[in-house]
Design a protein. Structure first.
Length: 405
């Protein structure tokens, strides 16, 4: 039996150090591989096994050989519950002991750097569907479909926690939603939004899996992230017309991008796509909320035509709003408020063109749903994101923002 003496300090502190000593015996990686372990994702976004570091041959070898270039990778490999025994920390053990495609430092020059004021990621709107749904036009989503969908958690003063509206990830530190999900009188009894859940599929299961035993694939556990104070559009008023129904939720804990958690692109202008998609856990035709994330296709409705319909209800549809739906049974419902209405041009990236705002009933024939028109608010969204990031950098000069592009 190997006599292994290991001291590894893996914590969330910036002053992390790793030490390993082996009693002059060669580590055999195969002898340290577990037969059963919890699946996890390595810092390279590859599958691994969450095990004690003493049992991970590839990382133990690098520590034993005195390497120091991969300490950041080892720290980022930590997995398991936060209250685990610090003497036996766990790591996500995979095929590699360092980051893949690590960037080579570029020599500094005196040339001024071009400042990037766009806080939105360059890579967005992509999804990896392991087992595509066979239902076209609506029904249940597949695992990994619409990985930007978010659920908002409210907490009352007495500690009761409730899921409210939906939202969607637009950068690793920001979720977009509707202002009425933050500031409406109807949702006030739920308390403020204090967390955001990303990567959920089936709310009834701890681990979401699909496929047969031979072709089984499971999603990562959902990410539960702390929300900072939401930023509501200053001209939003909680009235029947819901004008300027848009809000930004900064995240205190940045999201980790995976195939199950990924941002959607924001449309820069109104598209010409007639088919638009909705997704969420809202009410079905039985008026019950779904425990599985759903999807449905609705069709764009001309704004003038939509405006004439809603004038009969005493409301005004502005250019800052768009309309879609109005087909019986095919619409968004209360549980989907704050979620995106999405378009895709061919095989290009998905774009959020609107935010679910309000409608007349749920899936009523002849009454389109009303959505906040995102392109009209794109300058406001970017400005508020940059303001938050600059404030965060001033308050935490060492912890600069880590917006992923």
């Amino acid at each position: 039996m190997l006599k292994l003496s290991v001291i590894v300090l893996l914590s969330l502190s910036p002053l992390i150090s790793c030490y390993a000593a082996l009693n002059q015996q060669q580590v055999n990686p195969e002898s340290l591989q577990p037969k059963f372990a919890t699946p996890c994702t390595t810092p390279n976004l590859q599958w691994g096994a969450c095990i004690e570091i003493q049992r991970c041959g590839i990382l133990m070898n690098s520590l034993t050989n005195g390497r120091t270039d991969n300490h950041d990778f080892i720290r980022a490999s930590r997995c398991g519950p936060p209250n685990e025994d610090p003497a036996q920390p766990k790591v996500c053990c995979g095929e590699h002991d360092n980051y893949l495609n690590k960037l080579t430092p570029v020599p500094t020059t005196n040339r001024p750097k071009k400042k990037n004021n766009n806080p939105l990621p360059r890579n967005c709107g992509n999804q990896t569907i392991v087992l595509p749904s066979r239902i076209f036009g609506g029904g249940k989503t597949s695992i990994g479909e619409f990985p930007w969908m978010a659920r908002l958690l409210h907490r009352r003063p007495d500690g009761v926690i409730t899921f409210g509206c939906a939202g969607f990830l637009i950068a690793n530190q920001f979720v977009l939603t509707a202002a009425h999900c933050i500031r409406s009188k109807a949702l006030a009894p739920l308390g403020p939004v204090f967390k955001v859940q990303l990567g959920e599929h089936d709310t009834y299961t701890l681990l979401d899996c699909e496929g047969s035993l031979q072709n089984r694939r499971c999603a990562h556990p959902p990410q539960m992230l702390r929300a900072a104070n939401p930023i509501v559009h200053p001209e939003y008023t909680d009235t029947i017309q819901q004008h300027n129904d848009i809000a930004l939720i900064p995240l205190k804990d940045p999201a980790t991008f995976t195939e199950f958690v990924y941002p959607i692109c924001l449309a820069k202008a109104e598209t010409q796509e007639t088919e638009m998609w909705l997704s969420g856990w809202g009410k079905t035709e039985t008026q019950e909320s779904s425990h599985i994330k759903l999807k449905v296709i609705v069709h764009r409705v001309n704004r003038d035509q939509c405006g004439s319909i809603y004038r009969n209800a005493g409301t005004t549809v502005l250019p800052t709003q768009l309309c879609a739906g109005g087909e019986e049974g095919l619409d968004s419902c209360s549980g989907d408020s704050g979620g995106p209405i999405m378009v895709q041009s061919g095989t290009g990236p998905w774009q959020a063109e609107g935010i679910v705002s309000y409608g007349m009933g749920c899936g009523l024939e002849g009454w389109p749903g009303i959505y906040t028109n995102i392109p009209e608010y794109l300058p406001w969204i970017k400005r508020k994101m940059n303001q938050y990031l600059r404030k965060q950098q001033r308050n935490n000069p060492v912890k600069t923002s880590n917006i992923k592009h």
